[in-house]
Design a protein around this ligand. Structure first.
Ligand SMILES: Cc1cc2nc3c(=O)[nH]c(=O)nc-3n(C[C@H](O)[C@H](O)[C@H](O)COP(=O)(O)O)c2cc1C
Length: 202
């Protein structure tokens, strides 16, 4: 509960902009702490995600950058128990029954690129969906919740369960809930291996 209150204060501070109540330095520190400390959460307590929290998650998610501002995405926020159980049956990365799964989809009716499928034309749309999902995961973490992007699922049954029209392609299923245990930070590759300055070849 204390974590959730702190998370809400942080979301309010960020919402108020750089000159918000926490002041530029205070809110930047808090945001950077959130960015650095996220890791996937795969097991959740039985606590539900209420409407107010869902609304905060959704507004962070929909604020993500999107190619040509096409917003070629669509989401299904699932909290109904039967649907959650069905999704879990077709996505091995969803463990148990989380209180919320957000199905993040690419909307093929809003092309972001002249190129067609198979020529890289849909890649931009997929990137936009991924950015929205990262916003969702970071907002969840800021609020004391956690989640995991799940790309491994059986598309046909997931389409049927969610009653998706043909132009919506499910890209990631994102279970979200209150962590059942402490976060487990994962190793990162050495930054000297993945980052160079100014040019790659020196
Ligand atoms: C595009 C994408 C797809 C993923 N798909 C799955 C998945 O199907 N099942 C799963 O358990 N985790 C999945 N993950 C979570 C990764 O395993 C996890 O992010 C990675 O191990 C690093 O852990 P961290 O996010 O805690 O740093 C996926 C992550 C990404 C970015």
């Amino acid at each position: 509960m204390r974590e959730e209150r702190a998370g809400r204060a942080l979301v309010d501070a960020v919402d108020a902009g750089p000159a918000g109540p926490a002041g530029p330095a205070g809110s930047a520190d808090a945001v950077l702490r959130v960015l650095r400390s996220r890791s996937v959460v795969r097991q959740y307590t039985g606590r539900q995600v209420d409407d107010e929290v869902l609304e905060m998650l959704v507004s962070a998610m929909l604020a993500a950058p999107t190619a040509s501002n096409k917003q070629a995405w669509a989401f299904v926020a699932v909290r109904e128990r039967r649907t959650l159980r069905l999704l879990g049956a077709f996505a091995p990365g969803i463990i148990g029954t989380p209180p919320l799964v957000v199905a993040a989809c690419f909307d093929r009716s809003r092309p972001v690129d002249e190129r067609g499928p198979g020529e890289g034309g849909w890649d931009m749309g997929l990137l936009c969906v991924a950015m929205a999902v990262e916003n969702l995961l970071l907002a969840a973490h800021a609020l004391g919740l956690g989640g995991c992007p799940v790309g491994g699922f059986r598309e046909g049954p997931v389409r049927t369960v969610l009653r998706l029209p043909a132009h919506l392609d499910p890209v990631l299923l994102v279970p979200v809930g209150h962590p059942a245990g402490p976060l487990r930070p994962t190793d990162r590759r050495d930054r000297n291996e993945v980052l160079r300055h100014d040019t790659w070849e020196q």
